[in-house]
Design a binder for this molecule. Structure first.
Ligand code: HEM
Ligand code: SF4
Length: 565
């Protein structure tokens, strides 16, 4: 677990004092909203449709029980009793009063948290793999590098006013679980033939208005050079990234304009001045930081899978949960457990204060007091003894977080959309709810198997719709809400941007649209082929043909009409 040092404590406290005075001046009318806006955004406070929203930074998704308990306290005292986990491994509160925000930040600081770098054109909170440190396929633990990046980027004066926000993700395993191909910079650990550790450096990926899969800028960057090389990239971007047009300001646009070769040449030129300089990482420094992430005091436990198998036989629901929500672990006798925040009827990613308190307790009792947030909007207990799994399941069930749907159809990623977000073109939570209700039958979901459904309420893509196996995007058509569907997107090693299948649909048509898409999959799949493999093999044509073959009732869709999207 990362820990604040004296500098972290000092800068966070000083920032709160400064912000407290800014809020006071805003409330007394000394500051106009136009003056206050950039100040609040620097502290993670947005204005949404109905109220302020506070986005709290969770560095690479890692949380202690005390921090989770503080989330519960904030939800209860200052919000409407719940918080919302997001695709950036953060938590957001949707019903915040301005006058409470200094107190909330002060409460957060008491457990070493803040909301700095969750907004603005700076290097945002770094994200990573929720199974970091425990995944059986791990090459290196990415967390020390995330932490080094966190310390380096916090208030970095040179990178405080970039052309646009900047997102870095670090993955340490063979499987990419940090979506490195759709970040401004993705670092993906690997080992070369000589057994040395380095990173593949992927630059210029992203979703939003111009979705792009990142380009590999460096196939193998030795770990010592992580900071100097990233600094070189940032300098090129800071200098040449477009500041005249917000829609063209991300690094992906610069990279596209220059071409990878020229961009690389410029980075190398910049790097020549920085390489082997004072920011070069040493073994001692990485080890010092790695000291924050030493493994917990694991017991020497035998593998318990035979006993678990017997229990799963007796209780089918437990078996289903084991299969979907329990993941492998490096350490014999242990497992990682995903607590599903995707119960039908609850907005994806929402957790109540009661659940948060209980998750904190559970983590203390069964997982060394740590919790991780996932970019799929669930939470993970990473170090559960296999012998405790049955107990954990029973309790998780009684708290509504044991739905055995991880990676299945109802494990939907969904942004807040029109219910909260002022930028939305359409609602997204009710679409997720309608689809979850229609396909609530678990046996059906097990039959369909692994599938990722991602929903965004506008092209900004906070719900990652571009990389969903099925993506749904809210679009505005003559003032009403419509939905465009894409197929074949993927995160991870085979990252891809989905292809739009055709004209958009009304909200009421969406469950039926999903049904038709799934029918095509069932018809086309070969043996155990996953949805994404079928979709990538057959392309969008069969889906398009069947979905639009006959009009869909309960909506306003007219065949042949062009939904403008
Ligand atoms: C007040 C609410 C929010 C506002 C105003 C907002 C604003 C935006 C904007 C303007 C973009 C597009 C930036 C760009 O690519 O140029 C964006 C992208 C994004 N936001 Fe949000 N957002 C909000 C809530 C959320 C939530 C709830 C999540 C997570 C569930 C989230 C995660 C993301 C992600 C992952 C992207 C993708 C950016 C990329 O890959 O290029 N945001 N957001
Ligand atoms: S995708 Fe659009 S609607 Fe959804 S949270 Fe982001 S900005 Fe808001």
């Amino acid at each position: 677990m990362y820990r604040y040092d004296q500098y972290d404590h000092l800068i966070v406290r000083e920032r709160i004092a400064q912000y407290r005075d800014q809020v006071r001046r805003r409330l007394s009318g000394e500051l106009h909203e136009d003056e206050f806006r950039p100040l609040r955004l620097q502290n993670g406070l947005y204005m949404q449709r109905h109220a302020y929203m506070l986005r709290v930074a969770v560095p690479y998704g890692l949380l202690s029980s005390a921090q989770v308990r503080m989330f519960a306290h904030i939800a209860r005292k200052y919000d409407r009793g719940y918080g919302h986990f997001t695709t950036r491994q953060n938590i957001q509160y949707n019903w915040i009063q301005l006058e409470d925000t200094p107190e909330i930040l002060s409460d957060l600081a008491s457990v070493e948290m803040h909301a700095i770098q969750t907004s603005g054109n700076c290097i945002r909170n770094v994200t990573s793999d929720e199974y970091a440190g425990v995944a059986p396929d791990e090459i290196i633990d990415p967390r020390p590098f995330c932490e080094i990046l966190r310390q380096w980027s916090t208030f970095h004066p040179e990178f405080a006013y970039l052309p646009r926000k900047f997102k870095i993700a670090v993955n340490g395993a063979k499987s990419d679980r940090a979506a490195t191909f759709v970040h401004d910079i993705g670092l993906w650990a690997l080992q070369n033939e000589a057994g040395e550790t380095g990173f593949k450096v992927i630059v210029g990926g992203g979703m939003g208005r111009t979705p792009i899969i990142g380009s590999v800028l460096n196939e193998f960057l030795p770990w010592q050079h992580v900071l100097t090389y990233i600094e070189a990239i940032m300098r090129v971007y800071n200098q040449y990234g477009r500041r005249d047009n917000i829609y063209k300001a991300r690094i992906k646009i610069l990279l596209k304009a220059l071409g990878v070769e020229e961009f690389r040449r410029q980075v190398e030129e910049e790097w020549a001045d920085l390489k082997d300089g004072p920011a070069t990482l040493t073994q001692a420094e990485v080890q010092r930081v790695a000291g924050y992430f030493t493994p917990p005091a694991y017991e020497t436990l035998p593998d318990y899978s035979t006993e678990l198998g017997a229990l799963a036989q007796q209780e089918k629901a437990f078996g289903a949960w084991l299969k979907r929500n329990v993941k492998g672990h490096k350490q014999s006798g242990y497992a990682a457990v995903v607590l599903s925040l995707k119960k039908t009827g609850v907005p994806p990613g929402d957790a109540t204060a009661e659940q948060l308190d209980w998750i904190a307790d559970l983590a203390e009792r069964f997982s060394f007091g740590q919790v991780r947030a996932t970019h799929e909007q669930n939470v993970v207990l990473a170090d559960v003894a296999q012998k405790d799994l049955y107990k954990v399941w029973k309790e998780a069930r009684s708290h509504g977080v044991a739905t055995p749907n991880i990676g299945l159809l109802t494990d939907i990623i969904c942004c807040p959309g029109g219910d909260y977000c002022a930028l939305a073109n359409a609602k997204s939570i009710p679409i997720a709810a309608a689809i979850a209700e229609r396909f609530d039958d678990l046996d059906f979901q097990f039959d369909i198997g692994d599938i990722e459904l991602n929903i965004s309420g506008c092209i900004n893509a906070c719900g990652h719709h571009h990389i969903g196996h099925i993506g749904i995007l809210g679009v505005d058509k003559d003032g009403s809400e419509w939905y465009q569907v894409s197929i074949g997107g993927a995160q991870g090693n085979q990252a891809a941007i989905g292809k739009i299948i055709g004209p958009s649909f009304s909200a009421a048509q969406m469950p039926e649209v999903m049904d038709r898409i799934l029918q095509v999959y069932v018809r086309e799949r070969q043996e155990d082929e996953r949805f994404i493999d079928t979709a990538q093999r057959v392309g969008v044509a069969p889906f398009k043909e069947f979905v639009y073959a006959t009009p869909i009732a309960a909506g306003h869709y007219i065949p042949g009409e062009d939904g403008h999207a």
